[in-house]
Design a protein around this ligand. Structure first.
Ligand SMILES: Cc1cc2nc3c(=O)[nH]c(=O)nc-3n(C[C@H](O)[C@H](O)[C@H](O)COP(=O)(O)OP(=O)(O)OC[C@H]3O[C@@H](n4cnc5c(N)ncnc54)[C@H](O)[C@@H]3O)c2cc1C
Length: 429
């Protein structure tokens, strides 16, 4: 019997793949609602109810994800974004289409001609070094303009982190390897462009539909509202998982919960491993769904944004990015703003009513359109910064594994692959 701690998407994917391989497993989730950060709410907007996603806003429907979606009976609820919608970067007060091809890169007004020529040095300079910061590696290879106006906002959108505080070995080098290796970031980007062909999707009812459907499929193996408070060794091998007044004997434990919550559980069995997990930093973020006043169709400022925008490091807004649900999934007038992260954490010290006002003002200044912010959801993202060095010497006790967003790719397709690999290892053992 395998005990899974955490019923976010990592834990639920893992349960699914273990059950598909005939491995007995039980999952404990602290909250009454599954999905962790993958959470959707129906909220009252100014002119009717809207579906607001408070964590991931969309995902790439890879072949693996498509199979799971079919297995849990969600195919008819898939909302597919139109192909080819651009996303934009806010620079010097303008929303500029982000280049996704060589032709667009050559003509984009986001980068000066000198900046474009400078980027060619990428082809002749050494690959990113493991101990270089991401900002240093990007600037050395592509030049400061591309680094601050394009690469950093995109990476910041993925990790909500300041590239100056991230080491290349944790994110940039693995991404380069996944794109086929080599020393050139430009060539890797070109090869990775095939990723752009994978459909972007959500579900009617929001992203939270997927974790709910996974729980429905494996209901008898899931305990909701059951925080694990202890992991105790059970001689001669195995563990007891303690959750409220339940004590369940398992052969192995897989931790899928965030590092700050995993640390105290691990510490009771291995103090060193627990301390290392506790050292990982997370960046606080505020997620604010907004409904644009212009519900008669997208105004020019909103249309220009495409599927959403990111703010460059040179522009000083607390809003670091916005996702446009109207353009993506035809959700009338709905946008999601992300505030904080990337060295702008101080906005999270403000009370909710001030964050709502900042989101409203930023949105109006950037798009020229009034919008009503609906709520503030405070969340966090693994920072993938220098604190990740704590993982270098991490040795987990035998029988305890991690399958978590901070040790592998954090995006949902990445979580699926990581869960599948973990399930395969367990099943073959
Ligand atoms: C704001 C935001 C936006 C994102 N946007 C995207 C996107 O657009 N596309 C994309 O692909 N990815 C996106 N991601 C990344 C992706 O959503 C996450 O990496 C992924 O959902 C993390 O899932 P998880 O299961 O690993 O962790 P979590 O979702 O954090 O789940 C961990 C679970 O463990 C539970 N738990 C904690 N303590 C205990 C305990 N003691 N006992 C039992 N259970 C416990 C928690 O309640 C939680 O449910 C985004 C992430 C965030 C935060």
């Amino acid at each position: 019997m395998i005990g899974i701690v955490g019923g976010g998407i990592s834990g639920l994917f893992l349960l699914h793949f273990l059950r598909e391989r005939g491995v007995d497993a039980v999952l404990f989730e602290a909250a009454e609602v599954p999905g962790g950060v993958m959470k959707s709410l129906t909220v009252q907007g100014p002119s009717g109810s809207v579906t607001a996603d408070l964590g991931p806003q969309r995902m790439r429907l890879t072949a693996g994800l498509g199979q799971v979606v079919d297995r849990v009976g969600l195919r008819s609820l898939v909302l597919r974004a139109p192909t080819g919608i651009p996303f934009t970067v806010l620079h010097a007060g303008r929303l500029i289409r982000a280049p996704v091809s060589v032709r667009e890169a050559l003509s984009t007004p986001l980068i000066s001609t000198a900046g474009k020529i400078r980027a060619l040095r990428d082809l002749f300079t050494a690959a990113p070094r493991p101990d270089e910061s991401v900002a240093e590696a990007l600037t050395r290879k592509l030049g400061r303009e591309i680094s601050t106006r394009l690469a950093a906002p995109l990476l910041g959108g993925l990790y909500a982190s300041d590239p100056a505080r991230m080491e290349a070995r944790d994110t940039l080098i693995p991404a380069l390897e996944r794109a086929g290796g080599g020393r050139s970031l430009l060539l890797a980007l070109r090869r990775a462009a095939k990723w752009e062909r994978i459909p972007v999707v959500s579900f009617t009812g929001g992203m939270g539909a997927l974790p709910h459907a996974l729980v429905e499929r494996h209901r008898e193996h899931v305990h909701l509202g059951a925080p694990v408070t202890g992991i105790e060794r059970r001689p001669p091998g195995g563990f007891d998982l303690v959750a409220g007044n339940q004590r369940v004997a398992v052969d192995e434990v897989v931790l899928t919960l965030p590092a700050p919550e995993a640390a105290p559980l691990v510490r009771s069995i291995s103090p060193d491993a627990g301390d290392r997990l506790a050292a990982l930093r997370y960046n606080p973020l505020a997620v604010v769904p907004l409904v644009a006043a212009d519900d008669t169709g997208l105004g020019a400022g909103l249309r220009r944004m495409g599927s959403g925008f990111k703010v460059t490091l040179e522009d000083d807004f607390a809003t670091r990015g916005v996702t446009a649900h109207e353009a993506l999934f035809d959700r009338k007038g709905l946008f999601t703003a992300f505030l904080g992260g990337m060295g702008r954490e101080e906005v999270l010290d403000r009370p909710d009513r001030e964050i709502l006002e900042i989101a409203r003002t930023d949105f109006r200044r950037i798009t020229g359109t009034d919008a009503t912010p609906l709520l503030v959801h405070r969340t966090r993202m693994p920072a993938w910064d220098r604190s990740w060095r704590a993982l270098d010497g991490l040795e987990l006790p035998k029988g305890i594994r991690l399958c978590a967003a901070y040790t592998d790719r954090p995006g949902i397709p990445g979580r699926l692959e990581s869960a599948r690999r973990t399930a395969e290892k367990i099943a073959s053992a």
